[in-house]
Design a protein. Sequence first.
Length: 99
Amino acid sequence: MRRTFSSTGILPSVSTMDGPYSFRAGALFPAVWPLTLFSMSLALALCYVYDPLRRAAKRGETNFFYFLFDDAQKFLAIVTTFVTFILGFFNATVFSRWC
């Protein structure tokens, strides 16, 4: 038996719920929304922690947590560049094998 897919090529055409906002079987959104909500909440909380540290650093008052955030910023800049580079190779490999 062959599965048919929707016009987007990603989501199966069998829906599990009626209505304009129906989720399709195998959709990614129901699986990742808890992690998305957690990441968004964590980022918002860290912004509220970092902003007073940043303002104090402008006045010349630095402490351990300011340097912790500064180091994390530099580290994440390197890591995201590396991850983007690796994902580019992965996508190119998958695309070249698929076509």
